[in-house]
Ligand binder design. Structure first.
Ligand SMILES: [Zn+2]
Ligand SMILES: [Zn+2]
Length: 261
């Protein structure tokens, strides 16, 4: 029995995460076109036809672009909150399954626990995924952390967390003021420093991997996000341990599958 994960891609141009086990396979978000998702899944050795379900965290295009076509062509049910479905009226799905934050979904033995996150969408959620005593937490697109989020991503084996922007780059960058305000608001995106603070709060010696995700192309760099979090984690951990577990989730290519067993 195992639980495995690959970040299919992460960033403002598309987000999707593959999770699989011996009993089923699913995606969290479908922000790439169907063709691109199939291509990336193929790279990690997964056939798009074998996907059993797609869970959508919120209605923004970078999380939903391929959901409709994939659902219709491959008859994949889409799981989301009812208000997210309402915001996504342009998409017709093969099957829509309502999700309620706090109510655990059992997908062929895998437990998915959706929890609310503060973000400028209708009813956005993060996910805690549990199978055979392994626990994964996924929390991207959040303006600030909350006690609820911290409780849901404690004692994990694997964490996918947003490290969206470098505050200084955002504030001195070319984005219009209104957009800067939105990104740094409590309903926007998490900065590198806020991400480092969150990791410190929820760090567990069980953790095998942390993926810094949804890194902004305009207001951040992979190395900046990595260095900020690395330096902070070095304050309470051996450097070798940090180097072992900390990774960047990339926009342009999928990560190798990490299997927990
Ligand atoms: Zn997003
Ligand atoms: Zn979003």
């Amino acid at each position: 029995m195992y639980l495995e994960l690959s970040i299919i891609g992460s960033g403002s141009k598309g987000n999707s995460i593959y999770i699989g086990s011996d009993c089923c396979r699913f995606l969290i978000d479908a922000g790439f076109s169907m063709k691109e998702t199939a291509r990336r899944l193929d790279i990690i050795g997964v056939d798009i036809c074998s996907i059993d379900a797609i869970f959508i965290t919120h209605e923004h295009g970078d999380h939903t672009k391929g959901a409709g076509p994939m659902s219709r062509k491959h008859k994949i049910p889409i799981y989301s909150t009812p208000t997210t479905f309402k915001a996504e009226i342009k998409n017709k799905f093969h099957e829509s399954v309502d999700v309620t934050p706090g109510e655990v979904i059992n997908l062929k033995g895998i437990k998915l626990n959706p929890f609310s996150v503060p973000h400028d969408a209708r009813n956005p959620v993060g996910y805690q995924v549990e199978y055979c005593n392994k626990l994964i937490g996924i929390v991207t697109d959040l303006g600030i952390s909350t006690t609820l989020i911290e409780n849901r991503i404690m004692d994990l084996d694997l964490l996918v967390v947003e490290s969206n922007h470098d505050y200084k780059m955002l504030m001195t960058g070319k984005y219009p003021w209104v957009l800067k305000q939105r990104i740094k608001s409590n309903y926007g995106h998490l900065s590198n420093n806020a991400c480092a603070d969150l990791i410190k709060k929820v760090y567990s010696s069980k953790l095998k991997r942390i993926y810094l995700s949804h890194i902004s192309e305009e207001n951040n760099t992979y190395s900046k996000a990595y260095q900020v979090v690395l330096k902070d984690m070095e304050k309470y951990l051996e450097k070798d341990r940090v180097l072992e577990i900390l990774r960047i989730a990339r926009q342009e290519m999928p990560s190798a599958i990490l299997r927990l067993q």
